[in-house]
Design a protein around this ligand. Structure first.
Ligand code: GUN
Length: 287
């Protein structure tokens, strides 16, 4: 078994992006800007946002942060997003999910200008992904693809089994893998006999948020195992959706948790933000 080292790859990509950002600043006299929005006091979301902003800072991207109370009014958030849409310093807008249930997540995501949609959650970008056209691609699926490409893991003709059908990971990942010529199966909470699908997988991607769901006898010998889950155990330690200790020896490649997919999600967010900034400057030049 070999490790898919997301932490190392993310470090390398961030170093390259730092160079890219410094050229951008030389050429355009400003840094790329990412606006982050956090609603409420979900502790996991607060940690994610803190890490995303820290990575921006280290790469030279300016981050603008706004925190709102749990009971924020939908219209106030829409007004804030529209303000960011019209702010030339802001190239990317990230609304951290999940949101409190009184808010209409889809409507809020749809308010973000597709040109600043660095999360790739706007229907315009998701539609483009569906059609295999150039688009902002959601950061976790894009990070998974980047990790597989870095380790030269072939996708064409391979059977990828995705566990989880979320709008953030499972569904866009299915499209991305399909666009890269994989054969894709998506399993979810209503799938009967999930292990029978996983047993057929050349590449398994677990993104369900259930600690150690995937067991040793689910894994075909030599399969590639990608674990997107980050679950807190009773003893405070973190574990993935895959039982790492049981499965590692059976897999050809496996991601650790933490240090696998997570760091790449952030690297892809930075990459999308720099891309958005370059595109905004191109539009200005043309205008
Ligand atoms: N919550 C969990 N993952 C993500 C992500 O990639 N983007 C946003 N905006 N929220 C998330």
């Amino acid at each position: 078994m070999s490790l898919l080292d997301g932490k190392m790859l993310s470090k390398k990509l961030k170093e390259e992006l730092t160079q890219d950002v410094s050229h951008f600043i030389e050429n355009h006299g400003r840094a790329p800007g990412l606006a982050t929005i956090l609603v409420g006091h979900d502790s996991a979301s607060a940690v994610y946002i803190k890490n995303k902003r820290l990575s921006c800072e280290k790469t030279g991207i300016t981050s603008y942060h706004q925190q709102f109370a749990d009971d924020i009014d939908q219209q106030k958030l829409i007004d804030h997003i529209n303000q960011l849409n019209n702010d030339p310093k802001v190239d990317g807008i990230l609304l951290q999910l999940p949101l409190p249930i009184h808010l209409n997540t889809q409507k809020l995501l749809n308010t973000i200008d597709p040109c600043k949609d660095v999360d790739g959650f706007h229907p315009y970008n998701l539609g483009k992904l569906l059609k295999s056209e150039t688009a902002f691609i959601p950061c976790t699926p894009l990070g998974i693809l980047r990790l597989l490409q870095h380790y030269a893991i072939e996708l064409s003709g391979k059977h990828c089994v995705i566990l989880g059908r979320s709008n953030i990971v499972g569904k866009p990942l299915a499209m991305l893998l399909l666009n890269n010529n994989a054969t894709v199966t998506v399993c979810h909470s209503k799938t009967d006999n999930i292990e029978s699908y996983v047993q057929q997988a050349d590449i398994v991607i677990a993104a369900v948020g259930k600690a150690k769901l995937v067991k040793e006898d689910w894994i075909k010998p030599g399969a590639v195992v990608i674990d997107v889950g980050i679950n807190r155990q009773n003893d405070g330690s973190l574990c993935g959706d895959v039982d790492y200790e049981q499965t590692a020896d059976k897999a050809s490649w496996i991601t650790p948790v933490p240090g696998g997919v997570g760091p790449l999600t952030i690297a892809m967010l930075l990459q999308n933000t720099v891309l958005a900034a370059k595109q905004q400057e191109k539009i200005k030049d043309r205008g």
